[in-house]
Design a protein around this ligand. Structure first.
Ligand SMILES: [Zn+2]
Ligand SMILES: [Zn+2]
Length: 286
C-alpha cells in the first residue's frame, strides 16, 4: 500500500483554531503544525467544547491527516529558577490538555536551557518533569523533544543530550523526537553530502532510534553549519541546499513521518512556494 505523503506547514491560529484548517487547506497540506495558544505569553484560555468539536470536524472534512502542536517558546522545564520552572510545568500540562482536547497526537517541545545551573542537573530535571506531566495528564498525545541549534545554554543540540533525557524518562512510550534540519545544521550535523547525511541518520538511529522519530521540521539554514544560530531559510536557499531535502523527501525510512516547514513567511504564498519546491523534489525521483 502506498503511504500518504504527510506534508505541510506551520500555520496560523491568529483568527481562531479554524484558521489553521483553512490555511492548511489553501496550501494543500496533509499535515499542519499549530500553536494552541499565543506562544510568547504565559497566559492562555481553554477552548470551549464547541471550539474543539468544530476544529475536529473541520479537520475531518479536510485533507489534513495530522495536526502537530508546537509548545510555547517560554516553557523551560530545565530552568534552575523556581518561578520559571513552576510556570513551565503548569504551561506544559496545559499544552498537553489542549492537545488531548483537540485529539492532537504530537506536542513538539524544546527540551529547555540550563541557564545558570549545570547541564546534567537540567537534564535530570527535564526527564522528571516530563514524567510528572505525563503521569498527571494521561492521554495519547506524545511529547516530541526537538533537536536544537545550540544557542546559549539550550539543551538538545546533540543526539546524546536528547538521549540522556529519554533514558532517564520512565514514560518512554509517550516520548518521541522531532528533527529540525536547520537546527541540526546549526548544531554542526553536516547533512550536505550523501555520506554525511547517511552518517547523521545512522547516528540518530543508534542513539535515539529512528522508530522514535515522528516529525520533521524542514527548514534551510541562513547560517553555516556549526554556527549554533537558529535562523530559518527558504528550502534550498541556505546552507543545506536542495539535495538534502530531495534525500529526505525520497527516503523510504521517512515516508510515514510528518514533514512540516517553518520557513520565513511574509504571506501565505511563501509557504505555498516552499511546499511546491518540496513536492517537485519527489516528482523528480523516478
Ligand atoms: Zn521548535
Ligand atoms: Zn528554529
Amino acid at each position: 500500500m502506498k503511504t500518504t505523503l504527510l506534508l505541510g506547514a506551520h500555520v496560523s491560529t491568529a483568527g481562531g483554531l479554524i484558521t489553521a484548517i483553512e490555511e492548511g487547506t489553501a496550501l494543500n497540506c496533509t499535515a499542519i503544525q499549530i500553536f494552541t495558544k499565543n506562544n510568547r505569553q504565559w497566559s492562555y484560555s481553554t477552548f470551549s467544547e464547541l471550539d474543539a468539536a468544530t476544529f475536529k470536524e473541520a479537520q475531518k472534512n479536510s485533507a489534513i491527516k495530522i495536526v502537530v502542536s508546537h509548545a510555547s517558546y517560554l516553557i523551560n522545564i530545565g530552568s534552575p529558577n523556581l518561578d520559571v520552572y513552576q510556570k513551565s510545568l503548569h504551561a506544559l500540562a496545559a499544552e498537553l490538555q489542549r492537545c488531548h482536547q483537540l485529539k492532537i497526537p504530537f506536542l513538539v517541545l524544546h527540551p529547555g536551557a540550563f541557564v545558570a545551573g549545570t547541564k546534567d542537573e537540567a537534564i535530570t530535571q527535564i526527564a522528571k518533569s516530563l514524567d510528572h506531566v505525563l503521569e498527571h495528564n494521561p492521554g495519547t498525545t506524545k511529547i516530541l523533544l526537538e533537536n536544537m541549534a545550540g544557542q546559549g545554554t539550550t539543551i538538545g543540540s546533540t543526539f546524546e543530550e536528547l538521549g540522556a533525557i529519554y533514558e532517564q524518562c520512565k514514560n518512554k512510550s509517550k516520548i518521541g523526537f522531532c528533527f529540525d534540519t536547520c537546527h541540526a545544521c546549526a548544531a554542526g550535523y553536516n547533512l550536505v553530502s550523501e555520506s554525511a547525511y547517511n552518517n547523521v541518520f545512522a547516528e540518530f538511529d543508534r542513539i535515539l532510534s529512528l522508530k522514535n522519530l515522528q516529525v520533521f521540521h524542514l527548514n534551510d539554514s541562513k547560517k553555516p553549519c556549526g554556527s549554533h544560530l537558529d535562523r530559518h531559510e527558504a528550502i534550498g536557499k541556505g546552507a543545506l541546499g536542495l539535495a538534502v531535502f530531495k534525500r529526505i523527501m525520497n527516503d523510504k525510512r521517512f515516508s510515514h513521518i510528518s514533514k512540516i516547514i517553518e520557513t520565513p513567511r511574509t504571506t501565505l504564498d511563501d509557504h505555498a512556494e516552499n511546499l511546491n519546491v518540496l513536492r517537485q523534489l519527489i516528482a523528480q525521483q523516478k
